[in-house]
Ligand binder design. Sequence first.
Ligand SMILES: C[S@@+](CC[C@H](N)C(=O)[O-])C[C@H]1O[C@@H](n2cnc3c(N)ncnc32)[C@H](O)[C@@H]1O
Length: 276
Amino acid sequence: MEKAVEGAIGKSVEESDYYRTFIGPGDKYDQFAAMQFNLLTHLGLREGNTLLDVGCGSLRAGRLFIPYLLPEMYHGLEPVEWLINEGVKCQIGEDMVRIKKPVFSHDENFTLTVFQKKFDYIIAQSVFSHATKEQIRRCLHEARQVMTPTTIFAATFAEGAEDYAGDKWALWATYAMETIKELADEAGLVCRPLDWPHPDLQRWVLFVTQDFEGTIPDLSGGENLMLVKKESEFCKERLAKIENHPYVVIGFKISRLMRLVGFGINNAMRWFRCDK
Ligand SMILES: C[S@@+](CC[C@H](N)C(=O)[O-])C[C@H]1O[C@@H](n2cnc3c(N)ncnc32)[C@H](O)[C@@H]1O
């Protein structure tokens, strides 16, 4: 329990929830999971793809990815072994491990090559927001070794004007977008900022190889749809207000009266012509 309180990001927590609060705000554990699962599936992740979850923690996202992917497709890199053990115990259970055979490594130096395979998707959520520049450099360099021309590597970082200059894993480490782009370039990768929400206001970026041959779907569609819906509701409200305005109501009455008068004149003319 003592160990638990020392490292917790959350303030006062139940011992049973510690595996959740150790890696972020306990009340957003589910949102952080949904955000990652939705993003990767929007980016094309399917059950037959290989996925590497860098700094997978207590399987916050893994608890969705592991049941979804086919056996041996999920890979988690996490130096803090007890986090994964708690994730298995409290979130997915041993049966899921037996059926889906996730592969884990507790390497502490971002050795992504430890799994000895290439990945279709890589994710590092809330990892660079704590990492030193050297760790990010190492992670991107290693990532390049396990990426193909169609791999998509999605990551978040805390954007800030100043780069974190420390040499230790930190509670919060900010970097300028330019710095992240430079580090990607050094590793032979291209960094593309991504418009995808984050409960902690971190920035999403995608890393792809310089000879990227895949496709990145336009993720702005959903938002556009929401905007169009809001716009149309706004227009309907305005129209209702205009239609109920007293001047407009009078205008409608006059126009109806004119139509009636016009109808009367037309009929009278017709009758007059026939009569002749
Ligand atoms: C804020 S948590 C994010 C966990 C997970 N990505 C998620 O979104 O649920 C950061 C994680 O990075 C892990 N971490 C720390 N050093 C690491 C390293 N050298 N390589 C990989 N992960 C590391 C931490 O133990 C922790 O689980």
